[in-house]
Design a protein around this ligand. Structure first.
Ligand SMILES: C[S@@+](CC[C@H](N)C(=O)[O-])C[C@H]1O[C@@H](n2cnc3c(N)ncnc32)[C@H](O)[C@@H]1O
Length: 207
């Protein structure tokens, strides 16, 4: 199952260009807006879960963040991001792992995920993801999770997804996380179809 998942994503990134994947966005503005809400400083540790070849890492480095990590199941995806960044790639930390099996070795102030959690359609995988989130996010830290909205597409990259509204996502994450803010966002794919997302920011209990 995990091998199938990895094979799927390695093939996607090895065979498709940036503009051939529905989730491509030039400017990760909705993510940055909610990351700002968490008021990161230059030494805030942030991890982008399922970051793929996203340009979010570029934007975070440009903003002077010094502890940026990108985790993805696909090595090919991270290679593409690193190639784009050139010498700046060494300023970020890169992890090839399936988030449901990853063993976090340190804690983060901000957890960001745009369109990775929604692929976890099995309850066991979601529980494994949430266990990692709880382990890796410091008490009082922020989690920003973007998924297809309740009225969004039923599939992404040919795979089934779970769709969420912010309240449903909050319920899924459990009582340790307080929903602070959310917004609906219509993502235009490179071929100009609309995909409705929800972006939510949560605060983990504690200080
Ligand atoms: C729809 S893409 C979104 C990529 C990126 N977040 C963005 O906004 O451009 C989903 C990403 O999640 C990664 N992914 C899927 N399942 C994963 C898993 N179990 N663990 C880690 N990454 C995963 C894929 O390789 C892919 O890069």
């Amino acid at each position: 199952m995990e091998t199938d998942r990895k094979d799927h994503w390695e093939t996607v990134y090895a065979t498709k260009g940036e503009n051939e994947v529905s989730w491509f966005q030039d400017d990760p503005a909705p993510s940055l807006e909610l990351i700002e809400r968490a008021q990161p400083g230059p030494d805030s540790a942030i991890i982008d879960i399922g970051g793929g070849a996203s340009r979010l890492v570029d934007a975070l480095l440009e903003r002077g963040l010094r502890r940026v990590t990108v985790l993805d199941i696909s090595a090919a995806a991270l290679d593409l991001a690193a190639l784009r960044l050139g010498r700046r790639a060494s300023k970020a930390h890169w992890i090839v792992a399936d988030v449901t099996e990853w063993e976090p070795s340190r804690r983060f102030d901000i957890w960001h995920d745009r369109a990775a959690f929604h692929f976890l359609v099995d309850a066991e995988d979601r529980a494994a993801y949430i266990a990692r989130l709880k382990q890796a996010l410091r008490p009082g830290g922020h989690a920003i999770i973007a998924t297809f909205a309740a009225d969004g597409p039923e599939k992404c990259s040919g795979l089934p997804v779970n769709r969420y509204d912010p309240a449903g996502l909050a319920k899924e994450l459990g009582e340790e996380f307080t929903l602070l803010d959310s917004r609906a966002y219509d993502h235009a794919t490179p071929w100009n179809s609309n995909q409705r997302f929800q972006f939510s920011i949560f605060r983990k209990q504690g200080v």
